[in-house]
Design a protein around this ligand. Structure first.
Ligand SMILES: [Zn+2]
Length: 72
């Protein structure tokens, strides 16, 4: 399954996305969609993704780590 964001091959860890970043981009797209941000374009996505990651980190750093760094 290819990544819906960048069309690269998906990573089983983040499927259907290829990386956490693309998963975040998708999520921030979805979130920003609820606010109908008209200027969200290719360049904006990265900023949105970064801001979103930061807010996640601030909100629940430990919880996020638990989700993304599951030991095998
Ligand atoms: Zn991707």
């Amino acid at each position: 399954m290819s990544c819906p964001i960048c069309q690269k091959e998906g990573d089983v860890k983040y499927r259907p996305f290829c990386s956490k970043r693309c998963a975040d981009v998708d999520l921030s797209r979805w979130l920003s969609g609820t606010y109908a941000v008209p200027s969200l374009r290719e360049e904006g996505e990265e900023e949105v993704a970064r801001a979103f990651e930061e807010s996640l980190r601030n909100a629940s750093n430990e919880a996020l780590d638990a989700i993304t760094k599951k030991p095998h």
